[in-house]
Design a protein around this ligand. Structure first.
Ligand SMILES: Cc1cc2nc3c(=O)[nH]c(=O)nc-3n(C[C@H](O)[C@H](O)[C@H](O)COP(=O)(O)OP(=O)(O)OC[C@H]3O[C@@H](n4cnc5c(N)ncnc54)[C@H](O)[C@@H]3O)c2cc1C
Length: 371
């Protein structure tokens, strides 16, 4: 029996936690020391349903982690500790609290951060973003002394956020740079219908508005100035102007990132360093960041499948990893692609041919056909 190796997961959000659940489910925890760094002060929670916080859900209600899950499965979790650097020569990860952990493999699951446009005055008291439970706690505390709130950004998330401000009893405005709400999803006609529906709910919609300055008095937000010369008085502002991948830890250690950010991954979720994987919103696959949870879960499943295969069943030669475990977890029919980089190809059950593996690339089923 060989000694266990260290697999460090950086980021304990929705996708990082899903990856750990899959590793535990595949019995891979027997072969790896699973270690995870969680920057937030709480374990993974359901960010998709974050707005539920404003209708009474607690951090506990939103948690994705079954009580005792990490302890029972021998996963070391460092809550409230951010991984700050990776030393690829020494193969160690260092944390803000001063830990230095050796690794054999790393999975980066660092997610994204809300983009705040570089507007003069953007850091005044009374400006917020909408990403974490801490953000929502800070918003709801501040809103107690406010009458008016503005959301900058009229996308899906911005409208969700406007609903939250409205429910807190604030006179709510949405300010959108584009000529219509949800500019990515709907056309002009759809945008007009959407605006009228939103206004019927009591939220004022301002489209084609470019904010030039956020004015404050004694450090607190008082109004916004727009490029067309108009202004809007407000007590608080929430930015919902898109997300950017959190790729800083990869960038700092020389791993390839995209021109506009995001950690570049291949079909196996491997980064430019084959010992380091990236999954979820921090990962740039096919030149695209997926700001949704389902593609992140698919990446978690690809990475977990590969890493559990590496631990469980290396090549029968015991020297390389050409052979990977079948996703059915029962047989060894499946093998790595002859390109030696991805898992697109699998050996045909006829034992003579290689054929396309639908599992990793297309669906969750074991598709494909004999060549
Ligand atoms: C309000 C809201 C509503 C949403 N609604 C939907 C929806 O309806 N449908 C949908 O598909 N998606 C939705 N999303 C997006 C969805 O939440 C994300 O796609 C998903 O959370 C991505 O998971 P992730 O693990 O990649 O990132 P995250 O969930 O952001 O997790 C990343 C974690 O890593 C931590 N981290 C970062 N760097 C480090 C470090 N160096 N060390 C340690 N920890 C670190 C972060 O603090 C964070 O906790 C919504 C998001 C929000 C904010």
């Amino acid at each position: 029996m060989t000694a266990k190796k260290n697999l460090v997961v950086i980021g304990n959000g929705m996708v990082g936690h899903k990856f750990l659940e899959l590793m535990v489910g595949s019995n891979a925890a027997k072969h790896w020391n699973l270690i995870t760094f969680c920057e937030e002060p709480r374990v993974a929670y359901d960010r998709v349903n974050l707005s539920g916080f404003f209708s009474g859900k607690t951090a506990g209600d939103l948690s994705l982690v079954a009580p005792g899950f990490y302890q029972e499965n021998g996963i070391q979790i460092h809550i409230g500790d951010k991984a700050v650097s990776i030393n690829r020569e020494q193969k160690t990860v260092s944390s803000a609290n001063g830990l230095e952990v050796p690794y054999d493999k790393i999975v980066l699951a660092t997610g994204s951060y809300p983009f705040v446009p570089p507007i003069k005055g953007k850091d005044a008291h009374g400006t917020f973003v909408y990403r974490t439970i801490d953000d929502l706690e800070a918003m709801s505390d501040y809103a107690k002394n406010c009458q008016v709130g503005v959301v900058i950004g009229g996308g899906l998330l911005g409208l969700e956020c406007a609903n939250a401000l409205q429910n807190m009893g604030l006179k709510t405005h949405v300010v959108e740079f584009a000529p219509r709400l949800m500019p990515v999803q709907v056309d002009d006609a759809g945008g007009a219908i959407l605006s009228s529906k939103i206004e019927e709910l009591g939220v004022s919609v301002h489209t084609s508005k470019s904010t030039t300055e956020i004015v404050n008095e004694d450090g607190k937000v008082t109004k916004m100035l727009f490029a067309d010369g108009s202004e809007l008085a407000t007590d608080m502002i929430v930015f919902s102007a898109g997300i950017r991948p959190r790729d800083e830890i990869a960038r700092d250690c020389g791993i390839a990132v995209g021109e506009r950010g995001g950690i570049v991954i291949n079909d196996s979720c491997q980064t430019s360093d084959s010992d380091i994987y990236a999954i979820g919103e921090c990962a740039l696959y096919d030149n695209r960041i997926y700001g949704l949870v389902a593609p992140g879960y698919m990446m978690a499943s690809v990475a977990a499948d590969i890493l559990s295969s590496l631990a469980d069943h290396g090549c029968p030669c015991h020297k390389c990893y050409k052979w990977a475990r079948c996703p059915c977890h029962k047989c060894y029919k499946w093998a790595r692609c002859p390109c030696h980089k991805c898992y697109k190809w699998a050996k045909c059950p006829c034992h003579k041919h290689f054929y396309w593996c639908g599992y990793v690339h297309e669906t969750q089923t074991f598709g494909g056909g004999c060549c």
